[in-house]
Design a protein around this ligand. Structure first.
Ligand SMILES: C[S@@+](CC[C@H](N)C(=O)[O-])C[C@H]1O[C@@H](n2cnc3c(N)ncnc32)[C@H](O)[C@@H]1O
Length: 189
């Protein structure tokens, strides 16, 4: 999977356009003066658009070539697996994962880690193709037939991976779903 994205990296931003800035700002409750982690952030395509709306932002990914593209945008970018994040508990006010959960090897560990590094009171958003829609069902089937290791989950299955204290909302539009998790504290309840 790594080599797949290493190969795609030089063309990625030209092929995959980003058109959902307003929705991402809304579901992430941005602007915010704090810190944001874009996990599985690839070329920094989304992070670059969010940069003016947050105090500090970092991208992590496993593909060196994707990270090289992010660094060309002057984004702080580090190599790390989402299953084992090299950050202390509560390090980020916002955590984002766009179009990457179905590519990771361990979705349960990834969601646990994303939530662990979220600051209490903070907000975590996972954007995924919505498996409840027919186009996404067909893409999932095609990727299975092509022996790709992607594994899509429906929004409720993703929501079920969070610890019980997470306050979860699901939003969807066309073929995209956003799973929004808040780490509620006594002050924010
Ligand atoms: C479809 S791309 C999306 C990139 C970016 N989020 C975007 O929307 O432009 C999926 C990314 O997930 C990364 N990835 C896959 N498994 C990963 C893992 N276990 N840890 C970190 N990144 C991973 C890939 O290298 C790739 O850059």
């Amino acid at each position: 999977m790594n080599s797949h994205f290493d190969f795609l990296a030089p063309f990625y931003d030209r092929v995959i356009s980003f058109s959902r800035l307003e929705q991402i700002l809304r579901v992430l409750d941005l602007p915010n003066p704090g810190s944001l982690l874009d996990a599985g952030g690839g070329t920094g395509r989304v992070a670059a658009a969010l940069r003016p709306h947050v105090g500090f932002l970092a991208v992590i990914d496993v593909s060196r070539a994707m990270l090289a593209q992010a660094r060309q945008k002057d984004l702080p970018a580090a190599s790390a697996e989402t299953e084992r994040l090299p950050f202390a508990d509560g390090s980020f006010d916002r955590v984002l994962m766009v179009d990457a959960l179905h590519h990771v090897s361990d979705r349960t560990a990834t969601v646990r880690e994303l939530y662990r590094v979220l600051n209490p009171g903070g907000r975590l958003v996972i954007e995924e193709p919505d498996l409840r829609t027919w186009p996404v069902k067909l893409i999932a089937l095609a990727e299975k037939l092509a022996f790709m290791r992607s594994h899509f989950l429906a929004p409720r299955q993703i929501a079920a991976l969070f610890p019980p204290d997470a306050k979860i909302e699901i939003e969807a539009e066309e073929n995209t779903a956003w799973i929004i998790a808040q780490k509620v504290t006594d002050q924010t309840a």
